[in-house]
Design a protein around this ligand. Structure first.
Ligand code: AMP
Length: 433
């Protein structure tokens, strides 16, 4: 076994894996731009305090999962465990709210670090694609944001998804609810796990996130947030649900959904997908509305809504859904130089084809024609273009469709048009399948 392996919880992606991850991100970005979003790129590390204040001390992320270290200047640095805090910090540092029409709409994509126990669909370095819609407090923007996430999943090719949604209400609702939870758990907490004991003190809402089976039994009987929402918080939630219904977006209200970060209020949501065998990888994306985060990091007190998808989870699921459509490395044309005296011509012709938008490779070491066809097949080339001395003399090139085995002879000036036409047919067929 080679001496160096990827670190626990990290992975290398290449070939079809890497191609499809990029394809997924491209679709996510394209769809977000239809909703008026532009990219934002922020640093991979930030001051530790940014996360302890914004994500919250009571969250699992801050209490257990951060990659934190001292830099050479004795500053406590943390590799970002999520991207929202960094985006809020960037908006504040650059005063982006000052001269802009609100809401600000940013999408991001990049690596996230959490020291978790690795398993299928759970890594220590993974990637999130997310959006933040910052500056307006409106159920319409909450619904628009959910609708964007929903559209992205459809564009990616998910045949259906499960949208779970809940409301955490406003501050007043949450304060009343926390009181009720404290009362309910008061005589139970000593029999619950150590995490729950900590959560009871810091933020009793988090107890509802506990996964310990014995604790779950006690949690089932706990008061429900719905019964503690103020009238205006109830109205807000009902408006979001009505807009979703009118847009044909199906949802399930799940009153156990509280989300693992401290900054949410009003609407929180998660997307799930069940594989054919009924199993799930956990949430594929999640988000919600938050009211004071920008203020918390030193900006004005503006409301926002956002969510993030786990790109690796999307990829694992789409691989299962698409199976044979899951893209492999491929070429439009494999150019075969049949003799070293033809290499110059082969080089130039390949560049010419690339300039016309075809994905091409070319061989430069003389190989038998039989082995060149084998290479072309391994590279999933759609066409082979043969260049030998014969072809150069006549000015006629052989172009072979590797799927149908049909071969034609073409003059240089006709090759591009021929390939364009043929590839359109191949792709059209693929489309109709
Ligand atoms: P969160 O920021 O915890 O709400 O997570 C948002 C999304 O990121 C989740 O729905 C997952 O798809 C993904 N995700 C979270 N943690 C991990 C992880 N450790 N490994 C891979 N994906 C993750």
């Amino acid at each position: 076994m080679p001496k160096y392996q990827p670190q626990r919880g990290t992975y290398d992606a290449y070939y079809d894996e890497a191609i499809n991850i990029e394809k997924i991100v491209q679709i996510l970005k394209g769809t977000a731009s239809l909703y008026g979003y532009t990219p934002i790129i922020t640093p991979i590390y930030e001051a530790t305090e940014l996360f302890t204040r914004s994500v919250g001390e009571s969250s699992d992320i801050v209490s257990k999962e951060m990659f934190t270290f001292m830099d050479k200047g004795e500053r406590s640095i943390t590799l970002r465990p999520e991207l929202t805090a960094g985006v809020m910090r960037a908006i504040t540092s650059n005063k982006l709210y000052a001269n802009a029409d609100l809401p600000l709409k940013f999408y991001y994509y990049g690596p996230i670090f959490r020291y978790e126990r690795p398993q299928k669909g759970r890594f220590r370095q993974f990637s999130q694609f997310g959006v933040e819609c910052v500056g307006i407090n409106s159920p319409y923007f909450d619904a628009e944001t959910i609708s964007l996430a929903y559209s992205q999943l459809l564009m990616l090719g998910f045949p259906h998804v499960i949208l779970k949604i809940n409301s955490l209400g406003d501050q007043e609702s949450r304060d009343a609810y926390k009181e009720a939870l404290k009362l309910y758990f008061a005589d139970k907490i000593q029999n619950m796990c150590g995490d729950c004991a900590r959560r009871y003190e810091q933020n009793p809402l988090r107890i509802l996130d506990c996964k310990v089976p014995e604790d779950r039994l006690l949690i089932e009987g706990a008061p429900k947030i719905q019964d503690y929402l103020t009238e205006s918080a109830k109205d807000y939630f009902e408006t979001v649900l009505r807009i979703l219904e009118e847009s044909g977006i199906e949802y399930q209200v799940d009153d156990s959904l509280v989300r693992g970060l401290d900054y949410y209020s009003h609407v929180v949501f998660e997307f799930h997908y069940l594989l054919e065998d009924g199993t799930s990888l956990g949430a594929i994306g999640a988000g919600g509305h938050y009211d004071h985060l920008l203020h918390e990091v030193g900006g004005p007190d503006l409301s926002s809504v956002g969510y993030a998808f786990g790109v690796e989870r999307l990829n694992i699921l789409l691989k299962d859904i698409e199976k044979e459509h899951y893209e492999k490395p491929n070429l439009d044309v494999y150019v075969m130089s049949l003799d070293s005296s033809c290499d110059d011509e082969a080089f130039n012709l390949t560049e010419y084809l690339r300039a016309n938008g075809f994905k091409c490779e070319v061989n430069f070491e003389s190989k038998s024609i039989g082995s060149l066809f084998k290479v072309a097949n391994r590279k999933n080339a759609k066409f082979a273009l043969l260049i030998g001395n014969d072809e150069l003399e006549k000015g006629l090139y052989k172009v072979k469709n590797l799927a149908t085995q049909v071969q034609v002879e073409l003059r240089l000036e006709d090759i591009v048009e021929y390939l364009d036409h043929q590839l359109e047919e191949v792709e059209g067929e693929h489309h109709h399948e």
